[in-house]
Ligand binder design. Sequence first.
Ligand code: OAD
Length: 253
Amino acid sequence: MNDHPFPTQLIQELRQAGHIAILTGAGISAESGVPTFRDAQTGLWARYSPEELATPQAFRRNPRLVWEWYAWRRELVAKAEPNPGHLALAQLEAYFTARNGRFTLITQNVDGLHQRAGSQNVIELHGNINRTKCFEEEVIVEAWPPTDDVPPACPYCGGYLRPDVVWFGENLPAAALVAASTAAQMCDVFLSIGTSGLVQPAASLPYLALRHGAVVVEINPDETSLTAQATYVFNGPAGQVLPVLWQALTLNS
Ligand code: OAD
């Protein structure tokens, strides 16, 4: 008798997996208080949509507005704490790597909460809001002189500084995309957690896994385009489902 809601077959498949790949989206940070992308923008930013702000054109048009939006989001993220879903994924990674398994965590999120939860091998498909780079040269800039300028100027070329995140219409970091696609094509089990699956190329990753015969698990309170094709679907919040999955996996093992 299972004292957890997971099929015995799935627990066995996870225990026997040589390579686990995970894709997370904004949903896994929702229980940390970080609004998902499709949540309505709140307060000051309610009248803007991410598509209007997260683009190179928006930045060229109004660099101050875009920089201030990211400064607001950076503060929001700094106040957020990793939730039990993030922590469970960090525990799962330690569990699999301790058994010489491969564990690849691919995230669309830019909040850095996986790393703060202790995850080691994180592929950031869309960058990280806590990193800053030069808008002109694309080099990461760790520090710049204090200034009242908004955005601040690159200390190397004088161009504007910007957050090191992927904007709409920009390419994803090539190395991250190759690593993510490879993991999706090599893994034995692929978990898609907290993503609407609306934005490419991340949205294709679970299908790469399905195509080569991997077990695909979806964890999301809502249905998505993946739901009908996933091997297992758990309609619940990641912060509740993942800790129970972790317990089920490590029970008597
Ligand atoms: P979305 O906001 O599109 O989708 C969030 C998903 O998480 C939805 O399917 C929700 O149902 C689900 N969800 C909400 N709360 C949850 C919870 N507690 N546990 C699990 N799931 C929950 O965010 P993403 O799919 O991540 O791209 O969006 C993908 C990309 O679209 C973002 O990375 C961003 C945006 O354009 C860029 O910035 C380039």
